[in-house]
Design a protein around this ligand. Structure first.
Ligand SMILES: Cc1cc2nc3c(=O)[nH]c(=O)nc-3n(C[C@H](O)[C@H](O)[C@H](O)COP(=O)(O)OP(=O)(O)OC[C@H]3O[C@@H](n4cnc5c(N)ncnc54)[C@H](O)[C@@H]3O)c2cc1C
Length: 571
């Protein structure tokens, strides 16, 4: 089986569901015409199917390894990455004045999702570089931009993000890496960072690390953190990789999946770095990269969900087993329980994709219009796109194994690789628990304004569709109303622990309800009785109702969570 890029679904979603037309109506994105959008999706889909997907298995079987201090990737990775870089895919949404294509994030998200489904481990390279490019565009000095952006945008160099240290994971404020002023405009960076994705490799000429560190005397916690650009090789006057910086890869992690991606322990030993953004403004600057990456990771989950579905479907139409009651080809695809799994996989992948693209549209609109309402919408949707997309990635990949039966447990089908690879997407870029806490914490800090505005839109659309689709519209309206009540409950909790206790199920309920809304929008845009309308019916009837369980859980608050002592938990 091989990967099949979901080009048609992306084109349909962008043009008819999530509102790319609003984005191209702005001066910033007027070049993203329907013809260009279609050409880009087709070209990206072709590259994913023909160039990237074929190296996916090699990366799993032959993990990246250190050879005399040099990180070596699996066979075909250099060629596949070169195709990504030379195709201009790294700099898709970078600004044209820096050498990028200036395309909307929405289109970049579509391409990133397809690349993730084709080979998640390799797709991390362009995705991380894109985040770094955006952070530098917003926060770096003109000199740094001129020296680094062209090479990052061309993909000749890659970008990494260095937050994590052994004692500083979710608690980034606990980091201890030091930055001392060299007195010549540079800083000496000293410390150890762990889990650094693509901290070194043989697919690029140079690596640009964005490193969070603390200057002497800086306040404790996140307020005392600054951001530095620390290249592996310091660019010479001609802009080429020059002398080696004082940093090295200590080791690579052995992981349950994502074997093709080098996850590095990095040692900085007085390495030369340049300050990005103001002193003490490191977290704000890094958040530009992190927000970009959060949406990107959500799309990674969707990409794997789609790939797992591709594989499961191909197996199901081929595998003969048991007597099939219905008329059909006599393979397991005609068993009702297998159909249930395949329909759920397809409907969930589509819904999570629609959510990621809606989030991307809000980001584009915020950038193009400077409108605070769009910015609030983007901020609200980002944790949902990240966590819901990656939860769906996991559940769909897991169902993919079930469709394969015993063969799903056997590595040669590739179904197991999806489960192993996608697992980390719920952990990195802020665990899904941290995303959920962000949703009920910072993102409801406005008293729920962004949440209620979105619910208003969902209800209005459901109301307007009652004539054509009474059952679907009614179900979506009811779901939005229940979510409104739960949101009122959340906003009313002054004890933050009460909110945090229900944060994750609350986020999942949002995913379900947004999925229902976007499925309904799809049904409205489809030809009457079309396949997309039928898939929407399946989702709204069978998968949307999960929101009720999530909301019951969410509004229980912290009650009962601490009713058992640690000793009782251990008994
Ligand atoms: C393959 C891989 C690649 C990675 N790539 C990078 C990279 O490129 N750059 C980088 O900087 N990092 C990277 N990471 C690190 C990753 O971002 C962290 O693992 C992640 O942020 C979680 O931190 P932790 O592992 O220390 O877990 P912990 O923070 O110890 O969390 C353990 C559990 O406790 C929960 N938890 C922690 N704090 C709280 C809290 N306050 N409230 C509620 N629950 C809490 C978490 O949700 C989680 O369930 C990578 C990790 C992996 C595995």
């Amino acid at each position: 089986m091989s990967y099949r890029a979901p080009v048609d679904d992306h084109a349909f979603l962008l043009e008819h569901v999530v509102g790319l037309e609003q984005v191209r109506a702005t001066a910033m994105f007027e070049d993203a015409t329907p013809d260009l959008t279609q050409a880009i999706l087709l070209e990206a889909g072709k590259m994913c199917e023909e160039v990237i997907a074929p190296v996916n298995r090699a990366g799993d079987l032959d993990p990246t390894h250190l050879e005399n201090g040099v990180v070596r990737t699996a066979a075909g990775y250099i060629e596949a990455y070169t195709a990504i870089a030379e195709g201009g895919w790294v700099g898709m949404n970078a600004r044209p004045e820096n050498g990028g294509m200036g395309l909307p994030i929405a289109l970049t998200t579509s391409v990133n999702e397809m690349m993730s489904g084709a080979c998640l481990a390799l797709q991390l390279v362009p995705m991380m570089s894109q985040g770094q490019i955006e952070a530098l565009e917003h926060h770096a000095s003109d000199d740094l931009k001129a020296r680094f952006l062209p090479k990052l945008i061309s993909g000749e160099w890659n970008g990494t993000m260095n937050l994590t240290e052994p004692q500083a994971g979710s608690d980034v404020g606990a980091l201890t890496t030091k930055a001392e002023d060299n007195g010549d405009g540079t800083y000496a960076i000293t410390g150890q960072k762990i889990y650094i994705s693509w901290g070194d490799s043989d697919v690029v000429q140079n690596v640009c690390h964005l490193v969070l560190a603390r200057m002497p005397g800086a306040p404790t916690g996140t307020k005392g953190i600054s951001l530095f650009l620390v290249p592996k090789r310091i660019p010479d006057d001609a802009g080429n990789p020059g002398v080696a910086n004082s940093l090295n890869v200590v080791s690579l992690e052995h992981k349950m999946g994502l074997h093709g991606s080098p996850t590095c322990v990095m040692q900085y030993s007085g390495a030369t770095g340049w300050l990005v953004g103001p002193e003490g403004g490191g977290m704000a600057a890094m958040f530009t990269m992190m927000n970009n990456a959060r949406l990107g990771v959500g799309a990674q989950g969707v990409g794997i969900a789609h790939a797992a579905y591709n594989y499961a479907l191909a197996y199901a139409v081929d595998r003969k087993q048991g007597r099939v009651a219905r008329q059909g080809g006599g393979t397991i695809v005609d068993h009702a329980d297998v159909r249930r799994m395949l329909m759920s996989m397809k409907a969930d992948s589509y819904a999570a994709r629609a959510i990621a693209l809606s989030c991307a549209i809000a980001i584009d609109m915020a950038a193009a219009t400077d409108d605070a309402t769009w910015a609030a919408r983007a901020a609200f949707l980002t944790p949902i796109a990240k966590a819901f997309g990656t939860e769906i990635g996991q559940s769909v990949a897991n169902t993919g194994i079930q469709v394969h039966g015993g063969m799903g447990f056997i590595e040669e089908t590739g179904a197991a690789q999806f489960v192993r690879d996608v697992r980390v997407t719920a952990i990195y870029e802020g665990t899904n628990g941290i995303q959920a806490m962000d949703l009920v914490g910072r993102k409801l800090m406005d008293g729920g304004e962004a949440a209620f505005a979105l619910l208003e839109e969902i209800e209005k659309q459901a109301e307007a569709s009652r004539g054509r689709f009474p059952n679907m519209a009614g179900a979506v309206w009811d779901a939005a109303e229940s979510l409104r009540e739960a949101t009122e409950w959340m906003v009313g909790q002054s004890d933050v622990d009460e909110r945090f206790a229900g944060a994750f199920p609350y986020l999942m309920a949002w995913g379900r309800v947004l999925g229902g809304h976007l499925q309904l929008t799809t049904a409205l845009a489809d030809t009457p009785g079309g396949a997309r309308e039928r898939l929407a019916r399946f989702y709204i009837k069978r998968l949307l109702p999960e929101y009720t369980g999530h909301l019951t859980h969410a509004t229980e608050g912290a009650k009962g969570l601490f009713d058992m002592s640690i000793e009782e938990l251990q008994a």
